[in-house]
Ligand binder design. Structure first.
Ligand code: 23J
Ligand code: MN
Length: 265
């Protein structure tokens, strides 16, 4: 068999080897201290990550270490499947999502300055159509990623959840932008740096949690707690999302990568 082959995958392998294409890890580290969403009473909450030892090079297993994990499906950098929300209950579970939806172009909308000025910044339809005026129509199968700088807070639960006297203040789409994302473009999903795809104040919107409601109801996906979005161009990166293939699962912690053309290569 020939050691090299012409073709697109061969070209990508070569570009990765010579550094003209880079892999950016968009995943936050997952540990016992990873922040989790805290819903108000009377709603039930998710556990974060905890681990117990099965063995650690000891009597229980002299040459090996391993752990049992306890964690919610919606902890850390994770995917929301359509069946996570009641509007998507007849849609896909996380194990049924086709891989074609998990690999696609990334459209990165930078609202870092707006979020610095207002941590509860609400993304609008004008923001989305403004991005399209600069970078072209959001392609079918794309992932729309909201870049806010919020990932810098991801190791500090109080700063990350940012709960004040008026409840959580974190950025996310307003009601009309949520409707637009679900209905006006054939996106694969929407990703964000915050704890959930909806804005912190979205529990009080009409409908509550409009992006969960419309997006998951339309069979699209959510992606949260992303890292390193500042390393992506506004357009041109390829997103790769790798959730566990949990049968019947409503979501899954996920490793998320972007392939990016090296600006210096
Ligand atoms: C349940 C209820 C509301 C929200 C969430 C879960 C999430 O953030 C999630 O991880 O889907 S906002
Ligand atoms: Mn979730």
């Amino acid at each position: 068999m020939a050691s090299t082959q012409a073709g697109q995958v061969a070209a990508l392998i070569e570009a990765l080897a010579d550094g003209t294409v880079e892999i950016v890890d968009l995943t936050q580290p997952l540990s016992e201290s990873t922040p989790v969403i805290k819903l108000p009473p009377p709603f039930a909450n998710t556990p974060g990550l905890s681990r117990t030892e099965i063995s650690r090079y000891d009597d229980r297993g002299p040459a090996w270490a391993w752990y049992t994990l306890t964690l919610g499906e919606h902890v850390g950098t994770h995917l929301d499947a359509p069946i996570h929300w009641v509007t998507g209950k007849d849609g896909a579970d996380v194990g049924s999502i086709p891989p074609t939806a998990l690999v696609g172009p990334a459209c990165v909308i930078d609202k870092t300055a707006e979020t610095e000025a207002d941590p509860g910044y609400l993304l609008t339809v004008d923001d989305l159509t403004g991005w399209e005026a600069d970078h072209g129509r959001i392609p079918d199968g794309a992932w729309v990623l909201l870049r806010t700088g919020w990932g810098a807070r991801a190791q500090d639960e109080a700063a990350f959840l940012n709960v004040g006297e008026h409840g959580p203040q974190t950025p996310g789409p307003d009601v009309e932008a949520s409707r637009w994302l679900a209905g006006e473009r054939a996106i694969a999903g929407f990703g964000t740096e915050t704890v959930g795809i909806d804005a912190g104040a979205a529990g009080g919107f009409d409908p509550p949690f409009p992006l969960h409601n419309f997006l998951l109801g339309a069979g699209r996906l959510g992606l949260t707690q992303l890292a390193n979005l500042e390393r992506l161009p506004p357009a041109g990166a390829l997103l790769v999302v790798s959730p566990l293939r949990l049968v019947g699962g409503t979501g899954s912690p996920s490793r998320v990568y972007a392939l990016v053309q090296n600006p210096h290569g």
